[in-house]
Design a protein around this ligand. Structure first.
Ligand SMILES: [Zn+2]
Length: 304
């Protein structure tokens, strides 16, 4: 983004929106970062906890960017070195942080997924791997909020009560959306509650809300790698046999192969679920709870 435009935009936002300006800076390149975060869900949860405190939260991986392929820029390294605290997802998703943390001398790095329920999967090569997409289960998000409140309180003890109050409000919102999504999912006929996704990003959502995972176009919890012709043929057979209603691809991953499979098997494709990312500011999917609800609505619409 042009830094002059960004500067003017964020100044205007500061004047017009006060604390909301924190959100405008996420993923962009201007301004001092008090708190650095990695992927958009962590950024959004941290912005919710830090709201109204005047602290600048800067997410390195912007909306719509694939975190699996992300590499830190020299600008990122500066931000990482200058921040009071760096919050990461862990579970292999933000391994790009290791080198810049080391070279910048940053010592206060907190993994916010500590203590969440981790889904273990076997990848295409038969290796057991932790699924990093933990934020698709709202009960995990609530644990992450607790971890963020703790980390920010350690870095800024004078703002403890604001973090606590914001954290409690964010958790209440997550509970509310959890209940709302359960009601939505209940409207899908039981035989239709089957998910084929682009990469294996929705396992936590599927487990938590009682859906069934049929398969992924990229058979991995990462976006790297391609399915073989044999794997694609097998997935197409399964889609036909199971009477799958739709294939779900994501906003941040090219849905080319998924679209081809959808055409061949004559099922719908939903190409804009949020798997790794969140929506742009103002889209309603720029918060974790908003993103979960928008995904749920699209899933219900396609499977009903
Ligand atoms: Zn992913």
């Amino acid at each position: 983004m042009n830094s002059m435009i960004l500067h003017l935009a964020s100044r205007a936002a500061v004047i017009a929106l006060g604390a909301l300006a924190v959100g405008i800076l996420g993923g962009c390149s201007a301004g001092k970062a008090d708190i650095v975060t990695t992927n958009p869900p962590i950024t959004a949860l941290t912005q919710a906890v830090a709201a109204g405190t005047g602290l600048q939260v800067v997410g390195l991986v912007g909306p719509g960017v694939d975190p699996h392929e992300y590499e830190a820029s020299p600008e990122d390294v500066k931000k990482i070195g200058g921040a009071s605290v760096v919050l990461r997802n862990g579970l292999g998703l933000d391994a790009f942080l290791d080198a810049p943390v080391k070279s910048s001398g940053q010592r206060n790095v907190v993994t916010v997924t500590e203590g969440v329920r981790v889904r273990s999967v076997v990848d295409a090569g038969g290796q057991r791997e932790d699924d990093p997409h933990v934020w698709h289960d709202p009960t995990n998000d609530k644990i992450m909020v607790d971890n963020i409140v703790k980390a920010l309180t350690t870095a800024y003890p004078d703002k403890a009560s604001a973090f606590q109050k914001n954290g409690t409000a964010a958790q209440a919102k997550l509970d509310q959306v959890d209940a709302e999504i359960k009601q939505l999912i209940a409207t899908i006929p039981a035989a239709n509650r089957k998910m084929v996704t682009n990469h294996d990003a929705f396992g936590y959502f599927i487990d938590h809300f009682g859906l069934t995972f049929i398969g992924a176009v990229i058979p991995s919890v990462s976006t790297q790698g391609d399915a073989s012709a044999k794997q694609i043929a097998e997935l197409q057979d399964t889609i036909r046999r199971e009477g799958v209603k739709a294939i779900f691809a994501e906003s941040s991953v090219d849905p080319k192969v998924a679209s081809q499979i959808a055409r061949d098997t004559k099922v719908k494709i939903v190409a804009d679920l949020y798997g790794d990312s969140l929506g742009k500011p103002g889209s309603g999917a720029d918060t974790v709870d908003g993103m979960l609800l928008q995904n749920a609505k699209k899933i219900v619409e396609a499977l009903k």
